[in-house]
Design a protein around this ligand. Sequence first.
Ligand code: 6PG
Length: 250
Amino acid sequence: MSTPTSVVASARAARVVWHAAANESGWIEAAVAGVRDALQAGLAEADEAWLLLSGGTTPAPVYGALARQALDWAQVVVSLVDDRDVDPAATGSNARLIRDTLLQDRAASARFVPLRESAPTLDAAVVASNARWPFPSARATFAVAVLGMGDDGHTASLFPGAANLDAALVSREPYAAIDATGCPVAGAWTQRISLTPSGLAAARRRLLLIRGADKRAVLERALTPGDARDAPIRAAIDLQGAPLDVFWCP
Ligand SMILES: O=C(O)[C@H](O)[C@@H](O)[C@H](O)[C@H](O)COP(=O)(O)O
């Protein structure tokens, strides 16, 4: 017997906690507090707390403010939710974004584990990242993942319409290669390495940073019944464990 639409919609809505701020400074403060609290919880139970970050144009001010937080950064491992198949010094590199924003100030003492640089080719980088994946672990916890979302409902580099999206959505590996050729929101960076829902499921906390009315509407639509292939953010919303903490401002 199929589940009534209203039940699916309310089930998804219950998997999201909204943290709406009136302005950018309030949004930054709330998001930084969310990440800091998740890292501190992770450090309270393990020697190492992992923080996986997304790229894009939205999170930089949050990462810059986070870098100034008084945390035991030497016990934090920073890695990526996804990256593009570009040189680490290129403007489109998420690794470069993290180096330029988060790995400064107090957070400079964190260990950084980039994705794309770990091997000569994208496919080899996916193999290396999956081989290196430490979770579950007795000494490290995947404390928090910071996600973004595009206007097409993608998160990480899980783009609707991507050739290998279906396989990535059901993969048991933490990372997958994504060919986002033909996906408008991917822009010039069509070849990607991305966390899969399996990889994201290992995170104790998952935070989504979005801004503006358009993205709020995209997320509200994603809370209605429908397939994650049409709005891959649904794969993050539907994960078991802690609900998705959404930090939004106009
Ligand atoms: O590599 C990337 O592009 C990101 O990891 C991606 O998941 C990003 O978070 C969204 O595309 C939102 O990007 P904006 O913040 O630029 O809208």
